[in-house]
Design a protein around this ligand. Structure first.
Ligand code: ME8
Length: 516
């Protein structure tokens, strides 16, 4: 039976429409999900919306809607976004669903039974925008008298009866976890931040609210709703059904292999979440990877700041694969990145249209014309032939290692390096000149080029699914020969196999197409 692989995105607040940061996270996680599927894993890829809490409630009030109406309207937009970005998610969870209430109440009861939940009263600072409690020492009083949390968002003083989770008890177990599982948090900068945060001491965490009711009721005390992060984090468990039925169809996916999140929510995923699970006696996720933030020409984008870049419009302007390729190639996954019109056009024109597109077009149109539109015969391979074929076969092991560290940009960099090398090979061998002097050698060069393209196209599928698929179509590769198993020599192109008419696959982006 195939090995299972469960990966998730964060679930987004549907208090507004999806922005490019959401699209980025979805696309990157999707590329990893597709990669693992092609590599033979049984993959479960989850995304969704985080619908409860004071932030949603306030936004709904401001718009004259109920929170459920706001959640329904915007969750639909997030589902549409996932589709438009090519998301291959196997499920889309909404925290307002009945299945989720059940799992939240079950995990709460387990934490309570473990003696880790007690009633007291909370007084302290709260950021609605972050849905986070902050210690006074983490806040800053600004000159204008306003107070902000560590992420620069306004905090307000709250005082109310509240249930607490004994987070302080988990300081040592958490430090042990980070030490014994050094890969639990990636990239390394984030791990170091978390370790020093936990070393500095953990206060018990307020885990319920009484001043509003848009949330999941605390079992046995319905005056309280659960703190939205207890509710939100539990979504990852809900979707597997693990707590309800350990022999259920998806229960085997727990614990998750990978939570992909943004760098602003690392504390929730690497401190609170493993502590809740330890308390509940449940297995811990294997890894949490935090990506960076995307900036529009260097400026931070967020719903609250208002300079949101609509991902639907970006896909419409550039096409999905250009947009996906740009995001995953340009930005080192884990670091912050910048996006601009020029950067998208330059990157994709130079690497997709010029390097990959031209090589495919030139070699395949020669095959169509001079090799009877069939995979050419080949003679003995020269050292040059062998070198480029070897470079292509070396890609998979490198890509696997990079995928396990979420270094998506490294996978693409290695692939495009092979494509550039193949262009040099093609130019150096001059098959158009060989046509007049040595047809057999010309055929070998075209064969080698087409075989390298086949390997690259198979490995490009997670990133640019549609165009990689088209390239495989023109190489005559059937649906059953597209997984990473087909990268082995046994699946190399078979001389004599008829090829469909070549068609351009990576057109250049022409400036007049855009209204940018
Ligand atoms: O944080 N660039 O929801 P959210 C890159 N509901 N990533 C960005 C980004 C940007 N400009 N802006 C946001 C939440 N993100 C919670 C999560 S998970 C149990 C609950 C990322 O809608 C952000 O880091 O504010 C997060 O991973 C995701 O988008 C959803 O953000």
């Amino acid at each position: 039976m195939a090995e299972r692989y469960y990966l998730t995105t964060a679930i987004s607040y549907p208090n507004g429409k999806p922005h490019i940061g959401h699209a980025y996270e979805l696309i990157a996680t999707d590329a990893l999900a597709r990669f693992k599927r092609l590599d033979g894993y049984d993959v479960f890829f989850l995304t969704g919306t985080d619908e409860h809490g004071i932030k949603m409630l306030q936004k709904a009030r401001a718009q004259g809607m109920t929170p459920r109406e706001l959640a329904d309207a915007n969750s639909a937009e997030f589902q549409r976004m996932a589709k438009s970005m090519g998301g291959s998610n196997d499920d889309f969870i909404r925290t307002s669903e009945a299945r989720h209430r059940e799992t939240c109440q079950a995990i709460w009861k387990r934490m309570e039974a473990a003696g880790d939940i007690y009633k007291d009263s909370y007084s302290g600072w709260y950021s609605v925008r972050d849905e986070a409690y902050y210690g006074e020492d983490e806040t800053v009083l600004r000159e204008d008298g306003s107070r902000v949390g560590p992420q620069g968002t306004p905090v307000e003083w709250i005082e109310e009866e509240s249930y607490f989770f004994r987070l302080s008890k988990f300081q040592e177990p958490l430090l042990k976890l980070y030490e014994s599982q050094p890969d639990f948090i990636g990239p390394a900068e984030r791990r170091n931040e978390v370790v020093s945060f936990v070393k500095s001491g953990l206060r018990d965490l307020s885990v319920s609210r009484t001043t509003f009711d848009w949330g999941i009721p605390v079992p046995g005390d319905e005056k309280h709703v659960m703190y939205v992060w207890v509710d939100a984090l539990t979504n990852y468990l809900t979707a597997t059904g693990y707590l309800e039925d350990q022999s259920g169809a998806r229960a085997g996916f727990w614990p998750a292999d990978l939570h992909v999140i943004g760098k602003d929510i690392v504390r929730f995923h690497t401190v609170y979440w493993p502590a809740f699970l330890m308390s509940a006696g449940l297995p811990l996720p294997k890894r949490v990877f935090a990506h960076g933030f995307l900036f529009n020409r260097g400026e931070k984008m967020s719903k609250s700041v208002g300079n949101v870049i609509d991902p639907f419009a970006l896909v419409e302007t550039y096409g999905l694969d250009r947009f996906r390729y740009f995001l995953l190639r340009e930005v080192s996954f884990g670091q912050d990145g910048n996006y601009s019109h020029d950067a998208i056009v330059n990157r994709t024109n130079s690497e997709l249209a010029n390097d990959l597109g031209n090589l495919a077009q030139r070699s395949l149109s020669m095959i169509a014309k001079h090799c009877d539109a069939a995979v050419p015969e080949f003679g003995e391979f020269t050292a040059n032939d062998q070198a480029i074929l070897d470079a292509a076969s070396a890609l998979l092991p490198k890509a696997r290692m990079a995928a396990d560290k979420q270094e998506l940009h490294q996978i693409l960099a290695a692939q495009i390096a092979v494509v550039s090398e193949a262009n040099r090979y093609f130019a150096g061998e001059e098959p158009w000149a060989l046509r007049k002097t040595d047809m057999a050698r010309m055929q070998t060069v075209l064969y080698v080029t087409a075989e390298v393209l086949r390997q690259v196209a198979i490995l490009m599928q997670p990133f640019i699914p549609e165009s990689a698929g088209k390239l495989l179509d023109v190489l005559g590769i059937g649906e059953t020969e597209r997984s990473f198993t087909a990268l082995s020599k046994d699946f190399a192109l078979k001389p004599g196999r008829a090829l469909p008419a070549p068609q351009p696959i990576f057109p250049r982006f022409v400036e007049s197409e855009s209204d940018a």
